[in-house]
Design a protein around this ligand. Structure first.
Ligand code: C2G
Length: 132
């Protein structure tokens, strides 16, 4: 079984996330998503709208996702790849090059981001609508 892993906050789920998860899953037979904890989001200077537990339930409902584990630190990726017998590490190409150190442990694939959509854009658009 070819196992794939990807990491992220996945807040306010949108087609960019789904496009990433679908293509990541297509690279193997089993997709693990390492979901940023609320505490790790604070380290990433992100404030998710949904708390970790809700984001986890939402991700687990997606047919491309086989398992969700928590992401607590920047440094856990090598252990995750080893402990979960991961064959392929996948991230959107806004991260291109940032995780090439994992090439010693698994295949590293950066997939193109979906243009025109982001959680930040959703929040801005909703705020703008509110003030219309
Ligand atoms: N993504 C995408 N297209 C978009 C928006 C996001 O392909 N329009 C991808 C990102 O490139 C990332 C994944 O969806 O691979 C999750 O995005 P975020 O939740 O924003 O994840 P991020 O905060 O980048 O966390 O250790 C890695 C970090 O946890 C990554």
């Amino acid at each position: 079984m070819k196992k794939v892993i990807t990491y992220g906050t996945f807040d306010l789920l949108h087609v960019g996330h789904i496009n990433l998860l679908r293509r990541a899953r297509e690279l193997g037979d089993y997709l693990v998503v390492a979901l940023s904890s609320d505490e790790f989001n604070a380290i990433k200077n992100k404030k998710a709208y949904y708390p970790y537990e809700d984001r986890k339930i939402i991700l687990e409902a997606i047919k491309y996702v086989d398992e969700v584990i928590p992401e607590y630190t920047w440094e856990q990726k090598i252990d995750d790849v080893k402990n979960h017998n991961i064959d392929v590490f996948v991230m959107g190409d806004d991260w291109k090059g940032k995780f090439d150190f994992l090439k010693d442990y698994c295949e590293v694939v950066y997939l193109s981001r979906t243009e025109g959509i982001s959680t930040t854009k959703i929040k801005c658009d909703l705020k703008a609508k509110d003030s219309e």
